[in-house]
Design a protein around this ligand. Structure first.
Ligand code: SF4
Length: 310
């Protein structure tokens, strides 16, 4: 289908159904262009909570649409591609996590928002990469903590907060794929560049970064730092919004170990959403996110604690 036709129809259907389109920074450019709000997990969670729309189209991955539904039980939440998963969320099976938790009695559970509703329901607190340090810092020092499902973010938090966290061994397939050798090669050619990295990246990448932060943190850093060239170690979709905000700066995506068409790191799950799928899901109001009320209430508690603290 022609993109102009799709854009016109999406705009028409949005008005007709009082729908709002929330898009993660990692979405394709054409989806970011038509979205009402673009943001990272935390920003979009807040938007989902405050919207007056009857329908939320969540152009992101499964756990994000699920979080939007947990926060908005009376709204219809749609996801353009039902199979848009996440290696972190999918790598933390509730059955095994329950057994893992049992090994550490007297620990409270802090989970990164990239997990399923079942895992959230087993958690005391949820966090995002933007507020993780603050959330861990809010817990009394004597309290033992399990952190899941991202081991890289967990190791970063251990270092930053000086807390001895018990970590679940999960990882993001995108952020663990950065090549340090290739990154250093690029840096040597651009010695005045600043390296900005997401804390889901492996520790050897974080060690060489000038700035470590969430997606929105990286965007703010690049907007305000005086450097002219930046090497950006997170999903390459962020560069679309950034290049509009700082057209005079040079943005170089950090390279992945695998050779791929754009020589940068892209999340295959995020890129499963297309303009056509977005149009079809708005038109057919499907796939629709549904969740049992019992599970929703349990998963909501740690999210609300996070929103109160952030
Ligand atoms: S970039 Fe990584 S953490 Fe984000 S959705 Fe993709 S696999 Fe999950």
């Amino acid at each position: 289908m022609d993109n102009n036709f799709l854009r016109q129809e999406i705009t028409r259907l949005k008005a007709e159904k009082n729908a709002v389109i929330l898009a993660h920074y990692y979405q394709n450019e054409e989806i970011q262009e038509i979205a009402d709000f673009i943001g990272d997990s935390l920003e979009l969670s807040k938007k989902a909570q405050n919207t007056n729309a009857d329908v939320i189209v969540f152009a992101g991955v499964h756990f994000m649409a699920e979080t939007a539904k947990i926060l908005n039980p009376n709204k219809k939440v749609l996801l353009p591609d039902w199979d848009a998963g996440c290696s972190l969320a999918d790598g933390c099976d509730p059955k095994y996590f329950k057994l893992f938790k049992k090994q550490y009695p007297n620990h409270i559970v802090v989970t990164y928002i990239n997990c399923s509703a079942e895992i959230k329901a087993m958690s005391d607190l949820v966090c995002t990469s933007a507020n993780a340090k603050k959330i861990i810092g809010s817990i009394p020092e004597t309290q033992k903590i399990i952190f899941a499902p991202d081991e890289n973010l967990g190791n970063y938090l251990k270092k930053e907060t000086k807390r001895d966290l018990v970590l679940w061994k999960g990882s993001c397939v995108v952020h663990e794929a950065f090549s340090l050798d290739k990154l250093i090669e690029i840096y040597n050619k651009n010695p005045k560049a600043k390296i900005a990295a997401h804390p889901e990246s492996e520790s050897h990448i974080l060690k060489v970064a000038h700035y470590i932060g969430s997606t929105s943190g990286i965007i703010n850093f690049i907007k305000t730092d005086p450097a002219a060239v930046f090497i950006v170690a997170t999903e390459a979709g962020i560069l679309h919004e950034l290049s509009k905000a700082v057209p005079d700066k040079t943005l170089i995506p950090a390279p992945s170990t695998e050779d791929n068409s754009c020589a940068c790191s892209e999340c295959a799950f995020m890129k499963m959403n297309t303009l056509e799928k977005l149009y079809l899901c708005l038109k057919n109001e499907s796939p629709e996110m549904k969740i049992s009320e019992e599970l929703r209430i349990e998963a909501l508690k740690p999210i609300e604690r996070m929103l109160e603290l952030s």
